[in-house]
Design a protein around this ligand. Sequence first.
Ligand SMILES: Nc1ncnc2c1ncn2[C@@H]1O[C@H](COP(=O)(O)OP(=O)(O)OP(=O)(O)O)[C@@H](O)[C@H]1O
Ligand SMILES: [Mg+2]
Length: 241
Amino acid sequence: MSEALLKLEDVHTHIGAYHILHGVDLQVPKGQLTMLLGRNGAGKSTTLRTIMGLWHASQGRIRFAGRDITAFSTPQIADLGIAYVPETMGIFADLTVKENMLLAARSAKRAQDMDEARLKWIFRLFPAVEKFWNHPAGKLSGGQKQMLAVSRAIVEPRELLIIDEPSKGLAPAIINNLIDAFAELKASGVTILLVEQNIHFAQRLGDTVAVMDNGRIVHAGSMAEFSADAQLQQRLLGLAL
Ligand SMILES: Nc1ncnc2c1ncn2[C@@H]1O[C@H](COP(=O)(O)OP(=O)(O)OP(=O)(O)O)[C@@H](O)[C@H]1O
Ligand SMILES: [Mg+2]
């Protein structure tokens, strides 16, 4: 396995009085796409929020590119080149698609300042972003909103993309579109950590897999191996295959 860009060691997270993460050990290899799977309530979103500093680990260490970022604030973490798309997508419904993109671009103050070649690439990946450029983002369909959310995350070059359940509630045709876009993003060299419930989505894109249950990682390995083991999937995810 290649070197880990992101590494969680024995991470515990408390939310108020609740102990949610019970010692998460997770490695995200550089240049690969890692799928974080697990049943509802397993702790996947809490893990992503803890990485992003939206919750703080009460115990354990989070390292990014060898650096200890456990106590970093969310803006400091974003400054390291880590982009995060939450389950709720984080889109501003009253603002236009363009304004949403501009807000996500840390180095651009005006639309003209955004990297044109990069925007063209994004428009090719997600044509709806160009089509609805001057429309309020709230008018987009669920799938188009998800594409805008991912576009915002890649509006500038990033080291690591962290995306929570991008396929949620989307029709199969849109999911295929997203799979193609993620495959291209992966080919561009960016490291990706994706939470997924859709096992087919996960199998088609994942290089590495980690499965959570009850606030812990209960399996980690290659996706090829995991995909070939229906019994393991059944045991860990309760999938009737
Ligand atoms: N703000 C909160 N306050 C209290 N408990 C919370 C909070 N957020 C999450 N939890 C609890 O933490 C546990 C893990 O939740 P989390 O959202 O991380 O799961 P998940 O794996 O992302 O689930 P899903 O697949 O449904 O999105 C759940 O039992 C949930 O009820
Ligand atoms: Mg979740």
